[in-house]
Design a protein around this ligand. Structure first.
Ligand SMILES: *[C@@H]1O[C@H](CO)[C@@H](O)[C@H](O)[C@H]1NC(C)=O
Ligand SMILES: *[C@@H]1O[C@H](CO)[C@@H](O)[C@H](O)[C@H]1NC(C)=O
Ligand SMILES: *[C@@H]1O[C@H](CO)[C@@H](O)[C@H](O)[C@H]1NC(C)=O
Ligand SMILES: *[C@@H]1O[C@H](CO)[C@@H](O)[C@H](O)[C@H]1NC(C)=O
Ligand SMILES: *[C@@H]1O[C@H](CO)[C@@H](O)[C@H](O)[C@H]1NC(C)=O
Length: 436
C-alpha cells in the first residue's frame, strides 16, 4: 500500500525508477498456487510452504474444512519474524477465539507468550487429547501463478496460525508439521491470502489420484489451466454453500459455526434412479446431518440407512458385475476382469449427487466410485458411517480426485467440474515448472 501511494506522488521519471527497484519486492499476484501430494500410507493430502525467518520448508496436511493453519511450535521453532497475536486484537476476535493466555509460565518463546490469543488446533486424525495453542503470525512465502504456470515466489508478511504441540502431530503423515486449514472462517489460509493481495476470496482444489504426481490448490480466481491447455474455471457447475451454525470440529469454543463446507445435496441417483433416503438426514438440525466435503476422510462416508439404500440401488444397477468377497474398509467388491474400462474408469453405474436443483448434479464415474484393491478386484469406494454420525454424508478425498472444486466465499457457493478425465486431463497436469 505504501508502494501505491509512492506511485501516485512521484513524477513520471521517478515512477519508472521506483517501479524498477520495487519490482522484486512488490509483486501483486492475482493468484497463488501450492502443490498437493497424496501420502500413500495415510491417504492424507499434504502440501508444502515456506515459513519463518530464516525460511524453513514445512509440510502440512490439508484440511479443506479446517479453521486455520496450525503448526508444531514445540520442537525447534526458530524465527525472528514470529509475533504472538494479542488477546485484544481484531484478528483474535475474528478468529472466534474464546480464550486469552494471560500468563505463560514456561520460558518465553514461540508458543509461550503472555497475553496471547489462544485457540484450539484440531487434528482429526489423532487420538491425543485436546489443548489450547497460542495464535501467532509469521512470514510465509508462496508461489504466485497466472493460472497456467508458476510465477515468482511472494512474501505474505504476517500469516496467522495457531501453535500446536508436538504430541498433536500424532496420526498425521510423518512428513507433516501441522495442518493447513482452508475452511469457512476469517483466519483460514484462502481468506488471509485474498486479503493480503486484494484478490477474490476464492480457491480451487484439484487432488491428484496418484501419490507419485502432484495435484494443486489455486488461491484466487481462475484461469485454472491444466496441460494440454484445458481451462477449467469456465465450465463449473455451482451450488450454494450452506452454513452449519454449530462447529463440527473435535473441540471448539461454544457458539462458533462450522468451518466445514456444507452443500445442499437433495438426492442421489444411480443410473438415473433415485436412492430412497430419509430426507431429514440431509437437513442440518442443531448442527447434525447434512452433507459436506472433506479431505480428512479418504472415501465418502454415509450414515447407515443412506449407505444401505445406496448400495442396494447400486447393486441392482450393477447386476451384470461379478461380486467377490469384500476387502476392508469396503463392503462391495467386484471382479474387474469382465468390466470394460473407459476414459473415466471402469464401466459401472453412474452416480449423481443432485444438489439444490435437479439440473445441478455432480456425476461420479467409475474412476471416482471404484477403488482397485488388487489385481482384478474393484470395490465400491464408499463406507458406512454408522447410524448416528455427526454429518450424514461426507464426500471424501477419493471422490474429489481429478475433479476441480472451487470454493467461492464471496458468493458463498461451491463450483465443481466433475471428472477432468472427460476433458482429457487430470489434476496432476498443472505445469509446476517455474518460468520465474
Ligand atoms: C509473563 O508474566 C509473568 C507474570 O507476570 C512474568 O513473570 C513473565 O516475565 C512474563 N513473561 C513475559 C515473556 O513477558
Ligand atoms: C429441514 O429443516 C427445516 C428447518 O430446520 C425444517 O423446517 C424442515 O421441515 C426440515 N425438513 C425435513 C425433511 O426434515
Ligand atoms: C454392465 O452393464 C453396463 C451398462 O449396461 C455396461 O456398460 C457394461 O459393459 C456391462 N458390464 C459387463 C461386465 O457386462
Ligand atoms: C436446498 O434445496 C432445496 C431445493 O431447492 C430448497 O428447498 C432448500 O431450501 C435448500 N436448503 C437450504 C438449506 O438452502
Ligand atoms: C511449462 O511452463 C514452462 C515455464 O513457463 C514452459 O517453459 C514449458 O514449456 C511449460 N511446459 C509445457 C509442457 O507446456
Amino acid at each position: 500500500m505504501a508502494t501505491s501511494s509512492r506511485f501516485i506522488l512521484c513524477s513520471l521519471l521517478l515512477c519508472w525508477v521506483s517501479s524498477q527497484t520495487l519490482a522484486t519486492i512488490s509483486v501483486q499476484p492475482k493468484a497463488l498456487v501450492i502443490p498437493v501430494t497424496k501420502d500413500s500410507s495415510t491417504l492424507q493430502y499434504t502440501t508444502q510452504i515456506k515459513q519463518r525467518t530464516p525460511l524453513v520448508i514445512i509440510k502440512l496436511t490439508i484440511d479443506v474444512g479446517g479453521n486455520f493453519e496450525w503448526v508444531d511450535c514445540g520442537s525447534g521453532y526458530v524465527s525472528s519474524s514470529y509475533r504472538p497475536v494479542p488477546c485484544d486484537s481484531a484478528i483474535c476476535k475474528a478468529s472466534g477465539s474464546g480464550a486469552c493466555e494471560t500468563e505463560c509460565l514456561a520460558p518465553p518463546g514461540p508458543g509461550c507468550y503472555n497475553n496471547t490469543c489462544s485457540h484450539i488446533p484440531d487434528n482429526p486424525f489423532g487420538s491425543t487429547g485436546i489443548g489450547g495453542g497460542e495464535m501467532a503470525s509469521d512470514t510465509t512465502v508462496i508461489q504466485s501463478t497466472d493460472g497456467r504456470t508458476v510465477g515468482k515466489a511472494v512474501v505474505v508478511p504476517g500469516v496467522v496460525f495457531t501453535c500446536g504441540t508436538t504430541s498433536l502431530l500424532e496420526g498425521l503423515s510423518t512428513v507433516a508439521l501441522g495442518m493447513a486449514g482452508l475452511g469457512r472462517s476469517e483466519v483460514s489460509l484462502p481468506v488471509q491470502f485474498a486479503s493480503a493481495f486484494k484478490f477474490p476470496k476464492k480457491f480451487a482444489m484439484c487432488l491428484s489420484s496418484s501419490s507419485s504426481s502432484k495435484g494443486v490448490i489455486f488461491f484466487g480466481d481462475g484461469p485454472y489451466v491444466f496441460l494440454p491447455n484445458v481451462e477449467v474455471s469456465k465450465s463449473l457447475m455451482y451450488t450454494p454453500l450452506i452454513l452449519n451454525p454449530v462447529s463440527t470440529a473435535g473441540a471448539y469454543f461454544e457458539g462458533n459455526p462450522s468451518t466445514d463446507y456444507f452443500i445442499n445435496l437433495t438426492s442421489i441417483k444411480i443410473n438415473g434412479k433415485a436412492v430412497p433416503l430419509n430426507v431429514a438426514l440431509l437437513n442440518i438440525t442443531d448442527g447434525n446431518g447434512g452433507t459436506k466435503i472433506s479431505t480428512v476422510n479418504p472415501y465418502t462416508v454415509m450414515e447407515t440407512s443412506i449407505f444401505k439404500a445406496f448400495v442396494k440401488v447400486f447393486r441392482h444397477e450393477a447386476k451384470n458385475l461379478t461380486k467377490v468377497s469384500s476387502v476392508k474398509p469396503f463392503k462391495y467388491c467386484f471382479s474387474s476382469k469382465y468390466t470394460p474400462s473407459t476414459r473415466v474408469g471402469p464401466a459401472v453405474p453412474l452416480i449423481d449427487l443432485v444438489m439444490h436443483s435437479s439440473s445441478v448434479y455432480w456425476r461420479i464415474f467409475g474412476a471416482n466410485s471404484m477403488v482397485q484393491v488388487k489385481e482384478d478386484v474393484i470395490c465400491l469406494g464408499f463406507v458406512d458411517g454408522g447410524s448416528n454420525p455427526r454429518t450424514s454424508i461426507v464426500i471424501g478425498g477419493y471422490q474429489l480426485e481429478d475433479n476441480l472444486v472451487q470454493i467461492d466465499l464471496e458468493k458463498a457457493r461451491l463450483g465443481f467440474s466433475s471428472s477432468l478425465l472427460f476433458k482429457q486431463t487430470t489434476c496432476s497436469n498443472f505445469n509446476f515448472t517455474s518460468s520465474a
